[in-house]
Design a binder for this molecule. Structure first.
Ligand code: SF4
Length: 425
């Protein structure tokens, strides 16, 4: 039991009927007021009826009535318009500035015990999500309605990184270039790919954008992957070209040990992904901003269905021959690039320029892509929460990471449904 829980009961009026103040007067809550999370009373502009008189003003919630004194509210003018003190324990009579008794509602025994039981159960368990055992299909319809707001929260959080990059580079093209590069690292190698792009300024990429071979030499050379073992003819030719570029642009390569290979499917080896990134930069002529002009999701997806260069049809690593297979980015991975890179970029770009159609486009883009299939979405699925598209899968990820993992059930729309359900038999 804490103050936040009491505020929740008050806010959603989960109270018993036939309320009385501590002085025995009949009390009705006409409107609980607007919750205030800053300094001052907990709820502004509430409306209550005490006996036949209607009062409008603020409401303060405390666990104990003596907290009023302990918090020194009696000296704070911000609390002069409090019309009701809502407490769990009335351990001290509180008087208003005019020395009258403060109207007080004692919460103890004035809300259903089942809500507190469920709340305690949720707060004490350590399951995948706190309400795991109580959810029971309660959230599906709520998620449908809440998904746009949750996904927007996630886009806002992701756009923070985009805007920090903009602060650093002051150039949208350079920002998108770095983001795209990190996207090609997917989850495991996102950071090395980001560092790779940071190590090759876009102006140098542009100078070499007319040649796939030169771009590969530049990116493989800077990745540090060319420095291991002498390798085959193709690798040696890349090394020779890179030597020339390194001297020309005074480049410092990354340490090869940055790249993670453990438990990676060969299709995701950085050797393959670098070639696909290079193909991406080659196709857009190192002008990533052109992606803003592609308005259809299918065309954007097609743009990212990139193949690694021919050498990689028979290799997964330099110098190690394998069976012939084109290394083309799959539909799911192309979708991930739209979800994780383009949508946050559009959103951040729209936010920075105060251009809401672009923010809207980010949301619509997510709506038009299939939802992700990963551990988190599969766990939600097992709880009956299916994501119909990427907007909903992003919403579920946001819900898990920012609400469930921090036990913010009192701020969760599903939480209201779960807590307020009739007691289980
Ligand atoms: S935040 Fe919501 S969905 Fe998550 S555990 Fe709490 S009530 Fe359940």
């Amino acid at each position: 039991m804490n103050e936040q829980f009491l505020q929740y009961i008050w806010k959603f009026r989960l109270l018993n009927p036939d309320l009385r103040t501590s002085g025995g007067e009949k009390l009705a809550v006409l409107h609980p007021g607007i919750q205030n999370t800053d300094g001052g009373p907990d709820f502004f502009n509430a409306r209550i009826r005490i006996n036949t008189n209607i009062w409008a003003g603020n409401v303060e919630v405390h666990y104990r009535s003596s907290d009023w004194i302990r918090h020194r509210h009696q000296f704070d003018p911000a609390y002069e318009n409090v019309i009701l003190h809502v407490v769990y324990e009335n351990d001290q009579a509180i008087r208003t500035k005019h020395k009258e008794m403060m109207p007080t509602l004692i919460m103890r025994n004035n809300f259903p015990a089942s809500i507190e039981e469920r709340y305690t159960q949720i707060m004490q368990n350590h399951l995948w999500i706190p309400c795991y055992k109580l959810l029971n299909g309660a959230g599906t319809n709520i998620l449908r309605l809440w998904a746009p707001a949750l996904a927007t929260e996630r886009l806002t959080a992701k756009s923070g990184f985009v805007l920090r990059l903009l602060d650093e580079y002051a150039d949208w093209d350079e920002v998108l270039y770095i983001l795209l590069s990190s996207g090609f690292g997917f989850r495991i190698n996102a950071l090395p790919f980001e560092l790779l792009a940071r190590s090759i300024p876009l102006r140098i990429v542009r100078k070499n954008a007319d040649s796939l071979f030169k771009l590969e030499a530049l990116f493989y050379g800077q990745s540090g992957l060319l420095c291991k073992h002498p390798g085959d003819k193709y690798k040696r030719s890349l090394q020779a070209e890179y030597c020339h570029q390194q001297a020309k642009y005074n480049l410092k390569p990354l340490k090869p040990g940055l790249w993670k290979m453990l438990r990676l499917h060969p299709q995701n080896f950085p050797d393959i992904r670098i070639s696909q990134l290079v193909q991406c930069l080659y196709n857009c002529k190192a002008e990533p901003g052109m992606l803003l002009n592609i308005t259809e999701t299918d065309k954007l997806k097609d743009f990212f269905r990139l193949s690694a260069s021919e050498y990689w049809n028979r290799h997964y690593r330099f110098g190690r021959t394998s069976g012939k297979k084109e290394k083309k980015i799959g539909c799911g991975s192309a979708g991930l690039l739209l979800i994780n890179i383009l949508a946050p970029f559009f959103f951040a770009y729209g936010s920075a320029r105060d251009f809401s159609p672009l923010r809207m486009r980010a949301v619509e883009l997510l709506e038009s892509i299939e939802g992700e299939d990963n551990h988190e979405t599969r766990m939600w699925q097992s709880l009956g929460m299916n994501a119909g598209n990427a907007l909903e899968s992003q919403a579920l990820i946001q819900l898990k990471r920012t609400y469930c993992d921090h036990k913010r059930c009192l701020e969760c729309r599903i939480g209201l449904k779960v807590l307020d359900k009739k007691p289980m038999p």
